[in-house]
Design a protein around this ligand. Structure first.
Ligand SMILES: Nc1ncnc2c1ncn2[C@@H]1O[C@H](COP(=O)(O)OP(=O)(O)OP(=O)(O)O)[C@@H](O)[C@H]1O
Ligand SMILES: [Mg+2]
Length: 400
C-alpha cells in the first residue's frame, strides 16, 4: 500500500485525533489557528480545544489579497500567484505556532485549512442560468501539506456546491455535532464578515435544523471605517458608532434588497454588502451628507436588524431561544445591545459559555469537518439534500 494511504488509514482508525484548524474569513483580519483533540466522530464527537491563536495579517499581505478580493476585474496572474503565496504564508504561520506551543509535528494528525475566500457567487448574485452556484477559496492544500509535513484537508466548500448547496454556511454540521441540546432551542450565531446562524431545535429533530447567512456581519462597518477613518481597521468597541445616531431613512433604504426576501437557506458575501451598496442606499434616501458617525450608528443597527429579523422569522411564536454568538462581532458591544433590544425573549450568550472560545469556533468547526472527512459516515440534517447535503467535505493533500 502507498505509505501515505497507509498513514491515512491508521489515523482514521484511531479513537482520537489531534487536528490543527485554520480559518481566514472575509474580514481579512488574520488567520485563526486552533489545535484540538477530537475524540470519536459523528454524533459521538467530543472536542478539547488545546490551543488557539489569531495571527494578524501584516498590512502588505492584506493589501495583496485586497487586489483580488471580491472583485470582478482582476489580474489572472495575481490569482495564480496568490494561490500559492497565501498557502505558504499560512503554512509558515502554522509552523510558527506549533513551535511556540512546543508541539511536535509527529503528534499532529491533520491540518484542516479553509483557505481565503476571494469570491462568493451564489446564483442569486451572478444570475446566469447555465452556471451553478460558485465560490472560490485560495491557499492551495498541497503547498500547506508539503511545507508543514502534515496531511492537509482543504477546499471544503466545493462539495457542498457540487451536491446542490451554495458552498456556505458549513457551520451546521459542527454546530449540530457539538452544540445540539435536548430541551433548549439554540441559535448558533456567527458574526464574522457575514452573519450566519444554525438553528438547533430543542426537540432534537435534526430535520428541522436550519443553516443560513442572514446579511452583513462586520463587513459593511469595516469597509466604511477603513475608507473614511485612517489607520483603523474596525470600529473597536463601537466607539465611532456610539457617537452617532441612527438615521431612519438610511436604515429603511439599506433594508431594501431582494436578498432579504429570499427564503432560507441563502448565502451572500461582500460582493453585495460593500461600499457601493451603502452609497446606493444613501442616494436613494438622500442621506449622502449625514455625518460619518451617523452612518456608522446606522450600519451597526442595520447589521443587528438583519440578524434579529432573520431570527424572528424562524421564531414566529416568540419562544425563548438561546442564542450563542461567536465571531469577532461578539466584541462589538453596541451591536450586541442592538440585537438584544429586538429579541427580548431570547437569552443571549456566547459560545464561551459552551466552552468554545467565540473567536476560535469557526476554526474548530473546520477541524471537525476534517475529522469527518477521514472517519465520519455522513451527517443527516435539515430537510432535503440540497439544503444541507449529507456528503464528506475537503480534499486530501499528502506532504510528499
Ligand atoms: N473589540 C471589537 N470591537 C468591535 N468589533 C470587533 C472587535 N474585535 C473584533 N471585531 C470585529 O470582528 C472582525 C473579525 O471577525 P472574524 O474574525 O470573526 O471574521 P472573519 O475573519 O471574516 O471570519 P468569518 O469567516 O466568520 O466571516 C473584525 O474585523 C472586527 O470588525
Ligand atoms: Mg477573522
Amino acid at each position: 500500500m502507498n505509505k501515505n494511504i497507509e498513514k491515512l488509514f491508521q489515523l482514521a482508525s484511531k479513537s482520537e485525533r489531534t487536528i490543527v484548524g485554520l480559518m481566514s474569513g472575509t474580514s481579512l483580519d488574520g488567520l485563526d489557528i486552533v489545535l484540538c483533540k477530537i475524540i470519536g466522530s459523528g454524533r459521538n464527537t467530543k472536542i478539547e480545544l488545546l490551543q488557539f491563536e489569531t495571527i494578524s495579517y501584516e498590512e502588505n499581505f492584506r493589501q495583496e489579497i485586497k487586489t483580488i478580493f471580491s472583485r470582478r476585474d482582476v489580474d489572472l496572474e495575481k490569482i495564480c500567484l496568490l494561490n500559492s503565496y497565501v498557502a505558504l504564508q499560512h503554512a509558515a504561520m502554522v509552523n510558527e505556532c506549533l513551535k511556540k506551543w512546543n508541539c511536535n509535528k509527529n503528534e499532529i494528525d491533520l491540518i484542516a485549512s479553509h483557505g481565503q475566500t476571494i469570491y462568493h457567487a451564489p446564483k442569486f448574485m451572478h444570475q446566469q442560468e447555465k452556471f451553478s452556484n460558485a465560490t472560490f477559496q485560495i491557499g492551495d492544500g498541497d503547498h500547506i501539506a508539503f511545507k508543514t509535513g502534515i496531511i492537509t484537508i482543504s477546499d471544503f466548500r466545493q462539495k457542498h456546491i457540487a451536491s446542490g448547496g451554495e458552498g456556505a454556511p458549513l457551520a451546521a454540521y459542527g454546530d449540530y455535532l457539538l452544540f445540539s441540546k435536548l430541551g433548549e432551542d439554540r441559535i448558533m450565531l456567527n458574526i464574522g464578515g457575514i452573519s450566519n446562524f444554525t438553528f438547533l431545535p430543542g426537540n432534537g429533530d435534526a430535520k428541522k435544523i436550519i443553516s443560513t447567512d442572514v446579511g452583513p456581519g462586520n463587513t459593511l462597518m469595516n469597509a466604511f471605517v477603513q475608507q473614511y477613518f485612517t489607520g483603523i481597521d474596525f470600529d473597536k468597541d463601537a466607539t465611532i458608532a456610539k457617537q452617532g445616531k441612527i438615521n431612519a431613512e438610511l436604515l429603511i433604504a439599506l433594508k431594501q434588497n431582494s436578498f432579504f426576501e429570499k427564503t432560507f437557506p441563502k448565502t451572500i458575501g461582500p460582493e453585495l454588502f460593500n461600499l457601493n451598496y451603502l452609497k446606493e442606499a444613501q442616494q436613494k434616501s438622500e442621506t449622502i451628507s449625514i455625518s460619518k458617525e451617523d452612518v456608522m450608528a446606522t450600519l451597526n443597527r442595520f447589521t443587528a436588524d438583519c440578524i434579529a429579523d432573520a431570527i424572528n422569522q424562524i421564531n414566529s411564536s416568540n419562544s425563548n431561544f438561546t442564542i450563542y454568538i461567536s465571531g469577532g462581532g461578539v466584541h462589538n458591544s453596541l451591536l450586541i445591545e442592538n440585537i438584544k433590544s429586538q429579541l427580548p425573549n431570547c437569552n443571549i450568550k456566547s459560545t464561551n459559555d459552551l466552552f468554545v472560545n467565540a473567536d476560535a469556533k469557526e476554526a474548530v468547526l473546520f477541524a471537525l469537518l476534517a475529522n469527518e472527512c477521514v472517519c465520519g459516515n455522513g451527517i443527516e440534517i435539515g430537510e432535503g439534500l440540497t439544503q444541507i447535503p449529507n456528503v464528506s467535505f475537503g480534499k486530501i493533500s499528502f506532504p510528499n
